[in-house]
Design a protein around this ligand. Structure first.
Ligand code: PEP
Ligand code: MN
Length: 337
């Protein structure tokens, strides 16, 4: 349930309501909006009588939330959440593009990619330093050296960086460098990691697991939110189906559905969603047309030499064309790019 406080509710009234909720054995989540405060009641499974709460001073109304995800739900927060990171607003009118190589491979490769995506209008630089590869024999990333290179690329370009964290123990190290923490598809169900990134105060890009339902994605977001981190960005990156021509099957309907169910920003990853660079541009256009708040795209200066995901990586000039062709689609749906 959520309790919507009146616009002029006093601090004492809010504190009183919160204390009453706690007496009932429920958790409290207070969200202070520009206009009014909303108190999220995290139930303990037992039904709660709304009547006495409804009558308390300062309360405007109570609204039951029947879905299993509460803090992530649109009922809890009817307005779109905008996640702010180093001057970039994610989830607002401006479409946000994160771009860069799958993995940081070398200083030269990263800086070349970073300069190229910056020049073309990307807002955030992506690059993996810890790579959760399907095979233990594949390139696993440069580790902390990769993070240092990302920080250098941020200093050179001014672009904030998003990079994956695969283990709660590495979180302090990754947080030292990253502006946005990426939780990858393989870790969407890693509850210890979700808990840890929930306690860190960095925005989180949470990717849908390759065999996960929309509800499971939202429940994973709920883990992060319920541990105190409100800056979560959801990301559709394709799910596994019987189709073999593409690496995954990008679920385009996830975009409007997630926007309906949740107030969190929704991103699409057309690179992992398709596995083929030729499909990245058309699928990006589809994602924006469907209402995505942004895209995360793999760009490599020399995809044929890439140590991971070369087949789905765009060369810088193709990325520039994509950005150009994306602009009219963005405008058609009332966004800027
Ligand atoms: C990645 O972004 O490079 C990645 C590994 O993505 P995913 O977790 O979606 O497979
Ligand atoms: Mn990749």
């Amino acid at each position: 349930m959520i309790i919507v406080m009146k616009q002029n509710a006093t601090r004492a009234q809010i504190a009183n309501v919160a204390a009453r909720v706690e007496q009932l054995g429920c958790g409290v989540h207070i969200s202070t909006g520009e206009e009014r405060t909303i108190i999220g009641v995290i139930g303990n499974g037992r039904p709660i009588d709304r009547e006495p709460l409804q009558r308390m001073d300062g309360v405007e109304r109570t609204v039951p939330i029947l879905r299993p995800f509460k803090l992530a739900s649109r009922d809890f927060c009817p307005q779109d959440t905008v996640v702010k990171v180093n001057g970039v607003s994610i989830g607002g009118k401006q479409l946000v593009v994160m771009a860069g190589p799958c993995a940081v491979e070398s200083r030269e490769q990263l800086l070349e990619a970073a300069q190229a995506v910056k020049e073309t209008g990307a807002h955030v630089l992506r690059g993996g330093a810890f790579k959760p590869r399907t095979s233990p024999y594949s390139f696993q990333g440069l580790g902390e050296e990769g993070l240092r290179l990302l920080a250098e690329a941020r200093d050179e370009t001014g672009l904030p960086i998003v990079t994956e964290v695969i283990d709660p123990q590495m979180l302090p190290m990754v947080t030292t460098y990253a502006d946005i923490l990426q939780v990858g598809a393989r870790n969407m169900h890693n509850y210890a990691l979700l808990h840890a990134v929930g306690e860190s105060q960095r925005p989180v890009l949470l990717k849908r697991g390759m065999m996960s339902t929309i509800e499971e994605l939202l429940m994973a977001a709920e883990y992060v939110l319920s541990h105190g981190n409100e800056r979560v960005i959801l990301c559709e990156r394709g799910i596994r189906t019987f189709e073999k021509y593409t690496r995954n099957t990008l679920d385009i309907s996830a975009v409007p559905l997630l926007k309906q169910l949740s107030h969190l920003p929704v991103f699409v990853d057309p690179s992992h969603g398709t596995g083929k660079w030729e499909l990245v541009e058309p699928v990006s256009r589809a994602a924006v047309a469907a209402g995505a708040d942004g895209l995360i795209i793999e760009v490599h200066p020399h995809p044929e030499e890439a140590l991971s995901d070369g087949a789905q990586s765009l060369k810088p000039d193709r990325f520039a064309t994509l950005m150009e062709n994306l602009r009219p689609v963005a405008e058609a749906v009332g966004r800027t790019l």
